[in-house]
Every structure is written in structure tokens, then in C-alpha cells.
Design a protein around this ligand. Structure first.
Ligand code: DOR
Ligand code: ZN
Length: 344
């Protein structure tokens, strides 16, 4: 069996930088025409100038004739100004501004400490049609890690949605039924990305019978009822939900250790693994909308004109891939994937 799709885009991706980036970007460029590139480098990509430089480094690292377009984002800090938002918009290559609550995840120390102080900047974003991309987790240490997304909705997301009714907001990597309901039911231009690991797994897969550090990402995998809500949303055909892998490579030694980093590497087999999920739900007819149409429609960009073909054929994932001077262990390392990308 084969399926042909409009070439998909990845609306949430970590490419890292330098040699590490150069060793992983090909996986994404083979499968996706465009990707929203996250700005959580060290130091963060917090202005248009840094973004232009990062974009050039990505373009230089791409394989010949890949046709891949990186869609850049800025990292929102307490010091972001309205002038910078306007500069970013005028650049034509910055497509969103990412809000990380300070300390929420990998390289987020420079994140926002008080969202209310940024209201003038959010006004400008709304006026300039610059989407806000949100890592929606509170960082309050009092709040249980499994509740951090739900509490963020109650404390901040509902308020942002009400105060900026015209602002395009992407609820990144939704992991709970609460988030799915919020995105579906609240008024305004709402989008949400869904990762492949949150569709494939729940916290039992990560924690029962041994700890699997390569399943550890943020927001953390939740219980099965939430996984079911995500699968339902992704396969529903609702245009508010679209593909965003959050593929986040880390060196093997930084994952397999006493205090491992958050992030799953999925770029090597992303569209193939989404296809497995959609097939299991008898919803392969909904894959193209989720992977290739809803994202560009939300961001106001043209849909891609190229196509990819996936064939139902088993292949084995490598145990690890080169990652600069290190190795990265991919999701499903050493295991079988049932769909394969083929060149026609
Ligand atoms: O698991 C994650 N890894 N979640 C994030 O939000 C960041 C990412 C990373 O950069 O490694
Ligand atoms: Zn991410």
C-alpha cells in the first residue's frame, strides 16, 4: 500500500546549531518542506539580527537542492520591544514569537518572568499579525509536573485569549485533554501542535517496568486518557490541530544519566510514525490535513505544491545517529517502523 501526500511541514522543531545542527537537519529536510525553528539556543535567538544569522547557518548546512525553508522564530524575553516585533515582521522570515515561561524547559532561563509586563508587545504582535507560540506550562515548583499545563491554562492561557482576541496563538505540543478542549472551544485564532511521541505514548510507557529516558520530554507524557484525547484531536480533521514534532535532539550522554535532559528525537521518522498512528485509528484520510494543510492555513502561508509518498514497508531505525561529536538516540531506536518514505 502507498499513500501520497502534499509535502508536509513541521510546525515545531529544534534544530540546535553548528555541527550538531548540520548532522540532523537532513532528516527534517527529507520529509518536510518547511519547519518552524525554535529559538532556544544559548544565548537565545531573541532578536531579528540573531535570527537572520541563525537562518543563514541553517541554509548553509542544508543538503544540496533540499528545497527546505526554515521558518524562524524569536525568543520572547522580558526585554522584547514593540520595535523589535515590527522589525521581525518586516524581515519576512520571522513567523512567530515563542513564549517560554522562565525555567520551563531546556535553555529557557531567559524566558518571561511576568507576562503582564509584555502586554504592550502582545498588542503590537496582535496588530502586526505576528503569531504567539506558547510553551504552556507553569514553572511554579509547588505545582505537580503532571498538572503544569492545566494550571497554565487556568492562570494564563484563558487570560491571554480573552485579552488579545485577534492574536494568533499556537498552543505548542498539547499534552492534555484540557488543552485540546481549550484549543477547540475558546474563541479566537487558536492553533495547536501535537507531537508524535504524545500520540504514541503515555506515562506508563515511560515509567512502568523501568525508566526510559528517551521518552522524557516537556511537557511530560501524561496518563492514557490524555493520550486518547490527543489522538482524537489529531485525527478529527479539525483545522486547529496540526503537526509539530518538537523533535529535540540531545547527546546520548545527556539523556542517559542521573539527571537527563528533556527532549525526544523524532526527525528521522516523523511523518512515518504519524502515519502509523493515523492508520491505527483508521484515519489515514485525515493525515494530509493534519500534516500538510492545517498548518499553512493557520499561519497564512501557501500550501506546498510538492508531494511525498509513503509505502507500507517495514524498516529498522538505527540505534543512534551522529550528532556533532556525539550520538543522538532516536525514538524507536533499533525498532521497526511500518511506513517508509520512498522516492518516486
Ligand atoms: O522536551 C523538550 N525539549 N521540551 C521543550 O520544550 C524543549 C526541548 C528542547 O529544546 O530540548
Ligand atoms: Zn519544543
Amino acid at each position: 500500500m502507498k499513500i501520497t501526500l502534499t509535502k508536509p511541514d513541521d510546525w515545531h522543531l529544534h534544530l540546535r546549531d553548528d555541527e550538531a545542527m548540520a548532522s540532523v537537519v537532513g532528516h527534517t529536510a527529507e520529509r518536510f518542506a518547511r519547519a518552524i525553528v525554535m529559538p532556544n539556543l544559548k544565548p537565545p535567538v531573541a532578536n531579528t539580527q540573531l535570527s537572520a544569522e541563525y537562518r543563514q547557518r541553517i541554509l548553509s548546512a542544508l543538503p544540496e537542492n533540499s528545497g527546505f525553508t526554515p521558518l524562524m522564530t524569536l525568543y520572547m524575553t522580558d526585554r522584547l520591544t514593540s520595535e523589535e516585533v515590527i522589525r521581525a515582521k518586516q524581515s519576512g522570515f520571522v513567523h512567530g514569537i515563542k513564549l517560554y515561561p522562565a525555567g520551563a524547559t531546556t535553555n529557557s532561563d531567559a524566558g518571561v518572568t511576568d507576562i503582564r509586563k509584555l502586554y504592550p508587545v502582545l498588542e503590537t504582535m496582535q496588530r502586526e499579525s505576528m503569531p504567539l507560540l506558547v510553551h504552556a506550562e507553569v514553572t511554579d515548583p509547588e505545582i505537580d509536573i503532571f498538572d503544569r499545563e492545566r494550571v497554565f491554562i487556568d492562570r494564563y492561557m484563558a487570560m491571554l485569549r480573552a485579552d488579545f482576541p485577534e492574536l494568533s496563538i499556537v498552543f505548542e505540543h498539547v499534552t492534555t485533554r484540557d488543552a485540546v478542549d481549550f484549543v477547540r472551544e475558546s474563541n479566537g485564532p487558536n492553533g495547536a501542535t501535537i507531537t508524535v511521541q504524545h500520540l504514541m505514548f503515555n506515562r506508563n510507557h515511560m515509567l512502568a517496568g523501568g525508566i526510559r529516558p528517551h521518552y522524557y520530554c516537556l511537557p511530560i507524557l501524561k496518563r492514557e486518557t490524555h493520550q486518547e484525547a490527543l489522538i482524537k484531536a489529531a485525527t478529527s480533521g479539525n483545522p486547529r490541530f496540526f503537526l509539530g514534532t518538537d523533535s529535540a535532539p540531545h547527546p546520548q550522554h545527556a539523556k542517559e544519566c542521573a539527571c537527563g535532559c528533556a527532549g525526544c528525537y523524532t526527525a528521522h521518522a516523523a511523518i512515518e510514525l504519524y502515519a502509523e498512528i493515523f492508520e491505527a485509528e483508521n484515519a489515514l484520510d485525515k493525515l494530509e490535513g493534519f500534516a500538510s494543510h492545517h498548518g499553512p492555513d493557520f499561519y497564512g502561508m501557501p500550501r506546498n505544491t510538492e508531494q511525498i509518498t509513503l509505502q507500507k514497508r517495514d524498516w529498522q531505525v538505527a540505534d543512534s545517529y551522529r550528532f556533532g561529536n556525539d550520538r543522538v538516540v532516536p525514538l524507536k531506536a533499533g525498532q521497526t517502523v511500518h511506513w517508509q518514505l520512498i522516492n518516486e
